[in-house]
Each structure stands twice: as C-alpha cells, then as structure tokens.
Design a protein. Structure first.
Length: 428
C-alpha cells in the first residue's frame, strides 16, 4: 500500500498515551513505538535505551488512535453553492482544488479515503498518484472516475459519464480501469435534491448493472453505487455491487437480502448532506426549496430508521459524507458525531467503523485501521478523550499530532501547531 512515508529507519515513540487500539478492547495506558512506516510495539513501557535514538512525543495522557476513514469522498467537489456549480472550475484550478481537499482531509485526521466519483475523469487519480509519490500531502486514497448514468438518469449532467446500454457501460468501465481507477460509480437512483428524478426513482436497467459490475470485477476493480431507492439496492445485491451509498429506502425483504450479504457489502449512508440541507443550509444563506426541505426531511427520518435497523443486523455501515458543497464544505467532516447522535452508536462503535472497518474497506484489514504491531503507522494524538466526547474528532485543532505511513504530517508543541508539511516544503 503506497503513501508518502517516513524513512525506513526513523524511530518515533509516543509515551504516556491512552491507547484506543481499534481491536474493540477498552482503552489502556502505555507507550507506542513506530519504526519506519510501521508500528513496532503497543502498550509496553519503552526502555530508556529504546527511547534514546527515538523522536519522542510526550502524550501526557492524551489519546492515541488510528487515523480515520471517509468512505464517500469527493475531493473534487468545489464547495459549490449549486449542483451545476461543481463544474465551474477550469481543469488547472480544479486540480489544485482537489489536491487541497486531500490536504484538508489529512489535516482533519482522515488517513483513508475512498473516492465516490470525480467531477472530471482524472482528478481523483492524478491526486492519488501525487500523494503516493510524496509530491503532496494527503490520505491513502482509492480513486474513482466520473459517475456513470444512462441518458435520462443523471443527477448532475455536467459531472456524468453517460452510458447508453450494456455494451456501452462495459466499454466505459474498461476504459476507466485502463486509466487506473480503483473503483467505478453507478448512479442508480434519483435524489430528493432534484424535482424530476427523485430518490425513489431507479435509473439503471438490470442488464446495465449486471454487465457493468461484471466488467469491473473482471478488471479487478470495485463498484460503488448511488442507490437511494429500494429497487436500486436490490439491483446492487443481485449483481454484486460492492459499496452501496445512501440505501435510504429499504423494504423488509431487501433488508433481509442485505443481511444475507453482510460480509461482502458495505453501506455508507452519507447522512451529513441531507442533515445539513434540512437543518443548516437556509440559516447559512443557501436557499432550499420547500419541496426539497420536505423531501429531505422525510428521507433523513427514513434513512436514520433504516441505518439503525442495519446496525442491529450487523451490516457494515461506513462514515463518509458527500462533503464539498457550500453548506457542507471540506474540513467540516463530522460523520462520527452523526453516528452517535442520530444512529445510536457508542463513541467506541463509531470509532471502530471509521478505523478497523476503514482498513477493511481500503482492502488492507491487517495493516490499516488499528494501533497494533505490524500495522502502518497512521496515527492521531488527540487532545482529549473522544470516547467521552466524540465531537472532539470533528475539530482539527484537537488533533495535536497526525502521522501517516510513519511520517509526521502535523505536530503541536505547547499551544503552537507547527506549519504543516505542504507549507514547509513550499517555503524551502
Ligand atoms: Zn456523493
């Protein structure tokens, strides 16, 4: 797994920390040692000899935990005030914006991001590659392409790759896979933000889902879907879609089918977008029509009940929130708060979904998402205890140290955060 990294022999120690190791164990006090990119020891008190050559962070009881995962990232969403405004940037500015979003995700403690569609085809991939080559700071990133939809099924035409039929989607999937995406995205239902293509409308015919999904898997990449309607969720389950976004409207029989595939499939509800649209957009000066307000209020209520039922059944629910509109700008990531306040998660359960499950959805369950020997050193030193107040993790100023791949991205000495790596390297 690539990502810009610490040099192979650098040794970093976190001493006197409260460790949330994401194995499900209650937190415990101890030290953690990192060598190169990986965690070497967890919990045991480090000897003076070990600490001698190491760079030491004194935890003073602060929390050490894994970096977080956002499973529905749109780094190229440009904090637009409108849907169509997502395309307003020219390619040069848009590339810089996307790189900046990657930086912000990492500044906010997200060391794992799963792309959920790129406004222009190569933005996600270019930024992923630049991160992996160490050119820019950012999380580990699985890149998506433009979202695909049939001619009358686009949510936002300007950001859509149109596909006409089964042959066409196979061709498009192969082209995207050849260009290097990690996943493709099918836009399989409407959305309550639109008047003429609603959340319970289904856009893909069966044969296109089947052919597209089969082609993606044959190319070794995964399939994500925008699927709010019950019928679209059924199609996801029938044709092997790997990651189901939204899944608000799920009938009893679909819930059973989903439960039967709970080891294979992930659901990311992206509650922040409807939540912010219903509760905050107007007050922030962004107009929401009455019909949008009514429709999203209803969907949010239904989605919350659906997710609570999924949680009961052990279906894997991921944080990730569709950030990147003017009323949900990058840097305001707070899905874990929603999991606790809206879905009844304990803070520990919310953290496990963003860390241990994050490592799973990133396809490295034995190397990412836990504070364990042998795992990659993607670590947060948090000022406070997120098990007492999960909202601590929604504010980047509470993250005193951010490490990715053994490399310190951010550090704080006393009350003074040192400049981040990007600013530092630009100043040279
Ligand atoms: Zn999205």
């Amino acid at each position: 797994m690539k990502a810009a990294n610490g040099s192979d022999d650098s040794v970093v120690a976190f001493v006197d920390v409260n460790i949330i190791d994401s194995t499900g164990k209650e937190p415990y006090h101890g030290d953690v040692l990192v060598k190169g990119k990986r965690i070497i020891s967890v919990g045991d008190k480090l000897s003076p000899e070990t600490l001698k050559g190491a760079r030491v962070f004194q935890g003073k009881g602060r929390t050490l935990m894994s970096g977080l995962c956002d499973a529905h990232s749109h780094m190229s969403f440009n904090n637009s005030e409108t849907m169509d405004g997502l395309t307003n940037l020219d390619i040069e500015e848009h590339t810089l914006f996307t790189a900046r979003s990657a930086h912000i995700f990492l500044d906010c403690g997200y060391t794992m991001c799963l792309g959920a569609a790129s406004v222009k085809q190569r933005l996600d991939m270019v930024v992923r590659d630049a991160i992996n080559q160490g050119q820019i700071p950012g999380p580990r990133y699985l890149a998506n392409g433009q979202e695909m939809a049939p001619p009358d099924g686009a949510l936002i035409p300007g950001i859509t790759k149109f596909v006409n039929d089964a042959d066409d989607i196979v061709k498009a999937v192969k082209v995207m896979a050849g260009e290097g995406v990690d996943a493709v995205k099918f836009s399989m239902s409407g959305d309550e933000i639109l008047d003429d293509l609603r959340a319970e409308d289904t856009t893909f015919p069966d044969d296109m889902v089947a052919a597209g999904s089969e082609a993606a898997h044959a190319c070794g990449i995964r399939v994500c879907s925008h699927a709010r309607s019950d019928e679209s969720v059924v199609q996801c389950l029938q044709y092997g879609v790997d990651i189901i976004y939204h899944a608000s409207f799920v009938s009893d029989s679909t819930m059973l089918a989903l439960e039967a595939q709970k080891d294979r499939v992930y659901v990311a509800p992206t509650l922040n977008f409807p939540y912010a649209t219903v509760h905050e957009a107007q007050a922030k000066g962004f107009p929401v029509t009455n019909s949008q307000q009514t429709a999203y209020t209803r969907e949010l209520d239904i989605a919350i009940a659906t997710m609570r039922e999924m949680k009961k059944r052990g279906i894997k629910i991921m944080p990730g929130g569709d950030y990147g509109f003017a009323w949900t700008p990058h840097g305001t990531y707070r899905d874990l708060e929603h999991f606790v306040k809206l879905l009844g998660y304990t803070p520990m359960e919310a953290i496990l979904s963003a860390t241990a499950l994050g490592g799973e959805i990133m396809l490295h369950p034995n190397e990412l998402g836990k504070v364990q020997p042998g795992y990659y050193a993607d670590l947060l030193l948090v000022n406070g205890n997120p098990l007492e107040d999960i909202s601590l993790l929604s504010k980047r100023e509470n993250l005193d140290v951010i490490m990715i791949n053994g490399k310190v991205h951010k550090e704080t000495i006393g009350d003074h955060p040192l400049q981040y790596e990007l600013e530092k390297s630009l100043a040279k």
